[in-house]
Design a protein around this ligand. Structure first.
Ligand code: NI
Length: 370
């Protein structure tokens, strides 16, 4: 009965993906499904997304479960009968699964309200793919008084009935940088008349990699990728500026500061060495996701009690804005095996619907254990 309901909901969400901050129909559908079961929606002002609450009849803590709801601008090529009906948009990160499992957990908890200790807020969060959607939820009072928060993600590297969990850092802080190198433009045949910013840019791309190889503790996972390089627009003119853009991923807080410091030094001093000048813009994103030891332990124990296979969660230098909640609340971010196949953000990514009910049961049981 519940399983059928969840499958139908999942197919609907999968067929109707909406991009970050455009999740209007998704939000309306979540509201309809929850209100139809008598679940209270909290009156917070959110353009998209919503927070629901299940109030237990026994004394206990306030907990939260985060479910992200947005999709990606990817053309689906999964071949599924319930593929996206929205051209160029796809739930390629499994957030349709997150929504459905969150609804399932809400229904299960609602059904056992008499025994539930404390209350549970289910946060259907918009805009995770922008890395900043959690801040929208945090601007409301949805997290006030919350004592622990659970997050989870679809994992296409593990079969259904597998839970990946680990304590400590599981994903990276996500920072972005833009370096603008200013030289003096001139004729391509007379470089001596100007200051070519391109050799300075090329030297920087090389030198930045020495941050990871020479400055960071070799036992700390981190990386720097230059992902865009832009200068000039024709073959016989030396441009005035060159631009480099990229991302830095770190797990350790001090490494994050070290990268910013070294990146600025290398950019500015290298530019100077080539007679140019560099301006560095450092754009911080979410911090690293950190799993509370006690919560991770409980997550593992519950999974085993319910008959899941538990594995050590793979660490990733990807990020998740779940970490913004963890700046205020102890949290744990769990990977739920959704059937092995194409990885997330790929056009053939898919979630095996057989995971829906067990995932909902697992999440509800985790929350009930206080
Ligand atoms: Ni995701």
């Amino acid at each position: 009965m519940l399983e059928q309901k969840l499958k139908e909901a999942f197919y609907w969400f999968h067929q109707n993906p909406e991009l970050s901050y455009e999740e209007y129909n998704t939000t309306a559908k979540i509201r309809e499904l929850l209100e139809g079961e008598g679940i209270e929606i909290l009156p917070y002002r959110l353009e998209t997304g919503l927070a629901a609450v299940i109030r237990g009849e026994k004394e206990g803590p306030v907990q939260a479960l985060r479910c992200d709801i947005d999709a990606l601008p990817i053309k689906e090529e999964s071949g599924l009968s319930y593929s996206s009906l929205c051209p160029g948009k796809m739930h390629a990160c499994g957030h349709d699964f997150h929504i459905t499992a969150g609804i399932g957990a809400a229904l299960l908890l609602q059904g056992k309200k008499e025994e539930l200790k404390g209350s549970v807020r289910i946060l259907f969060q918009p805009g995770e793919e922008t890395s900043l959607g959690a801040l929208k939820m945090l601007e409301t009072a949805a997290c006030d008084g919350v004592e622990r928060i659970w997050g989870f993600h679809a994992d296409p590297t593990n079969p259904v009935n597998t839970i990946g969990i680990r304590e400590g850092y599981v994903s990276a802080a996500v920072d972005r940088f833009v370096v603008t190198i200013k030289g003096v433009g001139c004729h391509g045949a007379h470089p001596d008349d100007g200051t070519d910013p391109i050799p300075a840019a090329a030297a920087m791309v090389q030198a930045f990699q020495t941050i990871v190889s020479r400055n960071v503790n070799a036992f700390h996972p981190s990386l720097l990728s230059v992902t865009r390089i832009q200068a000039g627009n024709t073959w016989n003119v030396i441009p005035e500026t060159a631009c480099l853009e990229g991302t830095v991923r770190t797990m350790d807080r001090d490494d994050r500061k070290l990268y910013e410091k070294r990146l600025r030094e290398i950019a500015e001093q290298t530019a100077l060495a080539y007679g140019a000048a560099a301006e560095v813009e450092w754009i911080p994103g979410p911090p690293a996701v950190y799993n509370d030891g006690g919560m991770a332990e409980l997550g593992r124990k519950k999974a085993q009690e319910l008959g899941f296979l538990t594995v050590e969660e793979e660490r990733s230098l990807g990020g998740d804005d779940f970490s913004f909640y963890e700046e205020k609340i102890p949290g744990c971010y769990i990977k739920i095996g959704t059937g092995q196949g194409q990885l997330i953000h790929q056009p053939g990514f898919q979630v095996d619907p057989r995971v829906l009910l067990p995932a909902a049961q697992y999440l509800a049981e985790l929350i009930r254990d206080v």
